[in-house]
Write a protein that binds this ligand. Sequence first.
Ligand code: AMP
Length: 212
Amino acid sequence: MITIALSKGRIFEETLPLLAAAGIVPSESPEASRKLIIGTNRPDVQLIIVRASDVPTYVQHGAADLGVAGKDVLIEHGGDGLYQPVDLNIAKCRMMVATRVGFDYATAVQRGARLRVATKYVQTARLHFAAKGVHCDLIKLYGSMELAPLVGLADVIVDLVSTGNTLTANHLVAVEEIMTISSRLVVNEAAMKLKHATLQPIVEAFRQAAGG
Ligand code: AMP
């Protein structure tokens, strides 16, 4: 059995054409069925539906052979035990630093001010500000980061930005791009060796469907 870990929503929807290219069609939608294990047209392939940030963990421990995870999630996880053969170019967005409208980020950085940074992406934020030589206090949040600068919890946030609508709606502005983000195919390193004959064609189909 080959098990593929996916998260609901954008990653699931944008992975469907890649699965189809590998001849894999889910037998139902996770949104409709609420099932966490979903069969496919192939008796030897099943999907498991997990939180986006849990995909690398399932694949690392071999509970799934393959998975699709955002670069943001992979950086936070660390990538141990994972082979990352293909950038799928899906679920694209940007990791940004954002502040309240009116907060003078450039001057604060220039003056060497200590910044309070609220984020779910502490690893990414730590590396980014360390590389800039900016001292910061990291405040770990699990969601609704946009609120933090509005209520005085933080000076800046580090978050994913897609359309920018969420920032605008909360009177925030993006002041710096940290990196562009897309989702990658991840493979359990041991499975890639032990189940090579079955996994390799799936990896290749994903690679070709993703455009290289
Ligand atoms: P937007 O308003 O389109 O800029 O979207 C921003 C909100 O969606 C923020 O709360 C982000 O954390 C979240 N978001 C945007 N893109 C992604 C993505 N590719 N994966 C997960 N969350 C995202």
